[in-house]
Design a protein around this ligand. Structure first.
Ligand code: CP3
Length: 349
């Protein structure tokens, strides 16, 4: 069915848009009291992720409440290691923990390349239910973690400032790292293809820990696998968001994807030069702007929109919205993007 609001898809493909589309990474989550209400009625985060009707409900909340131009399916990048046999627990206020890490060949042998229809059916069901309930109002974004970021969690066993075990493996046992990356990539490709079949209109790949690698390691252990994923997803636009990977922007220009996500460490004009004219840029406001006054949010958001220009841009933050952000401030960011585009559009016509 034709989307009623397809600004995100047109902007991703570089087609003309009346105004810049806007959504926020982590828009479905703790910033919304409506999300917290659903979450508190359950045993934990995983129950929400694994119950398709509820995942669909919290996916749609930000579309209704924040008026964003896209929904992103409520799930987590960590469902992939879980499907491969490396289960995680989500500890309140601490984040994910993996009771069993992958540190040697023996650990690797316990893993499988997952079949999304068998091991991740709950995400595919959530996508189908969400699509029906959205009734084509806005596009639905599907996602997965990039292989390096998933390896980082599987090897480290939790979040970390240094990811020294994961990064260490690239020096001490690069062969094992490549074997694990191979299995993650194969799982991710069939998982993302299944998300598209289930109805996802755009795919975003999150390489959240890109910025901790040296450029040489990024080119050896991250880029080739991301490139394979981009080549395998061909019916919908693909966005690659590699947090902190300013050193790889020129490499990204060669990827078979439509959009590159920028974080707030990246200069917009330099990023545009490095990525070239043929890709859309997404981002890149510092999430901390949303702690400031309404005036300041409007002012900085307009400044950002001017820097990106009206074409080939999807407005977003440079990383996920922080959980203690006032939803009214998020609404201010969204409305500023929407009104600015409309004013510029009217001035032109
Ligand atoms: O709105 C959306 O963006 C969709 C939902 C979404 C979640 N996680 C829900 C979530 C998405 C796209 C993710 C991706 C994700 N998960 C990433 C990549 C993006 C990024 O932030 O860099 C990463 C690294 C993870 C792993 C993860 N999940 C961590 C480290 C944590 C703990 C930290 C935290 O934010 O609490 C999570 C938990 C998580 N994933 C929550 C949500 C809403 C909070 C847990 C809760 O509600 O109880």
């Amino acid at each position: 069915m034709q989307l009623k609001n397809d600004l995100l898809i047109r902007a991703a493909k570089g087609e003309a848009v009346e105004r810049t589309p806007v959504w926020l990474m982590r828009q479905a989550g703790r910033i919304l009291p409506e999300y917290r209400a659903v979450r508190e009625s359950l045993s934990g985060f995983k129950e929400l992720v694994e119950t398709p009707e509820l995942a669909a409900e919290v996916t749609i909340q930000p579309v209704d409440i924040l008026d964003v131009d896209a929904a992103i399916i409520f799930s987590d990048i960590l469902v992939v290691p879980e499907a491969m046999g490396c289960t995680y627990e989500m500890i309140e206020k601490r984040g994910p923990i993996f009771p069993n890490t992958v540190r040697n060949e023996q650990d690797l042998r316990k893993l499988r390349v997952a079949d999304p229809h068998e091991h991740l059916h709950y995400v595919l069901d959530a996508i189908k239910i969400t699509k029906k309930a959205l009734n084509s109002r806005v596009p639905l974004i599907g996602f997965a973690g990039a292989p390096w970021t998933i390896l980082a969690y599987m090897v480290e066993g939790s979040g970390s400032k240094t990811f020294s075990h994961a990064r260490g493996m690239l020096y001490t046992n690069p062969k094992l790292a490549h074997q694990l990356l191979r299995m993650i990539t194969d799982t991710t490709i069939s998982y993302l293809q299944a998300q598209v079949e289930a109805g996802a209109n755009l795919i975003q790949v999150f390489d959240s820990w890109a910025g901790i690698l040296s450029p040489a390691h990024y080119r050896e252990f991250a880029l080739p696998y991301i490139s394979e994923i981009c080549n395998a997803i061909r019916n919908v636009p693909v966005t690659v968001f590699a947090k902190g990977a300013f050193f790889a922007l020129e490499d990204f220009s060669k990827l078979n994807c439509e959009t590159i996500g920028l974080d707030w460490n990246m200069e917009i004009d330099k990023a545009r030069q490095q990525v070239g004219p043929n890709k859309t840029l997404q981002g890149n406001m510092d999430p901390c702007l949303l702690y400031s006054s309404f005036d300041s949010i409007q002012h900085e958001t307009i400044k950002m929109l001017k820097e990106f220009g009206p074409h080939r841009h999807i407005a977003n933050l440079g990383h996920g919205v922080y959980p203690d952000t006032d939803p009214e401030k998020v609404k201010c960011f969204v409305q500023t993007v929407k009104e600015y585009g409309t004013v510029v559009g009217e001035a032109k016509s």
